[in-house]
Design a protein around this ligand. Structure first.
Ligand code: CTP
Ligand code: CA
Length: 224
């Protein structure tokens, strides 16, 4: 049937999806993290596998369980995620960077637990910038490869949000950018999402709202 054909419309494709949020170690027991649950990335990986793609999910501290239909590579920090995605990208047709990657990490990781006794009333952390993984894969991609970024913004004005998206797209050099608005309880950790997809030229090629599962299918439709 027609439905069965559409079901396998990503057959033969190899897709890498990053999901979740990185954790940057401070000492053996602590890290700096973010509120990403990994739900949107896992929904993308699940939908792509259901449509016939071979999927590698680079999973950073997921709060949801990925399906058995995808190959999972577990990572913790941004630098671990970078190494895993660079390797997986070698054989991928498409890389979707849905993970929330820490922009900065502690300049040094304490060997032992940081103790109050030695810190006193104030503890100042020093952070250094992490590599921009999306920009790196976009600049080193093969011509036929499709690289997709996500943009997490806290801007509520739709025009300003679009402008931020277009600037980010240009900075990253990716083929598509999925724009959404984030904030505590707005997108992170919920089952719903509202997205706008921009192509390389900055034009809107899709808009979708609904469950992260339905949004995942719309994003894959655009990539097809
Ligand atoms: N990203 C990445 N490596 C980083 C930071 C972000 O690959 N070190 C990716 C994310 O996975 C996402 C895209 O870049 O696909 C945009 O992430 P975002 O945090 O929205 O953008 P930044 O460039 O980090 O800018 P800022 O956080 O300052 O808005
Ligand atoms: Ca960022």
């Amino acid at each position: 049937t027609l439905a069965a054909v559409k079901d396998q419309d990503l057959g033969g494709r190899s897709i890498v999806v990053t999901a979740g949020g990185t954790r940057e170690p401070l000492d053996p027991v602590r890290f700096l993290g973010n509120r990403s649950s990994g739900k949107q990335g896992v929904a993308l990986a699940t939908a792509a596998a259901a449509r016939g793609a071979t999927v590698t999910l680079i999973a950073a501290n997921l709060e949801v369980v990925p399906p058995a239909s995808v190959t999972v590579v577990s990572v913790e920090s941004a630098r671990e995620l970078r190494d895993a995605v660079m390797e997986a990208a070698l054989t991928a047709d498409t890389v979707i960077m849905a993970a929330a990657v820490a922009d900065y990490r502690p300049s040094s990781v304490a060997e032992g637990k940081i103790k109050k006794e030695t810190q006193g009333e104030e503890l100042v952390l020093s952070l250094v910038k992490n590599p921009d993984i999306l920009a790196e894969i976009a600049s080193s991609k093969r011509p036929e490869q499709v690289i997709v970024g996500f943009a997490a913004e806290t801007e509520n004005d739709p025009e300003k949000l679009l402008e931020l998206g277009r600037q980010k797209l240009a900075r990253k050099g990716c083929d598509f950018l999925v724009l959404n608005t984030v904030g505590v309880g707005v997108v992170f950790a919920t089952d719903l999402n509202t997205i706008t997809v921009l192509n390389r030229a900055g034009h809107i090629v899709a808009e979708a709202a609904g469950s992260k599962v339905s949004v995942a299918d719309r994003i894959l439709d655009v990539l097809l």
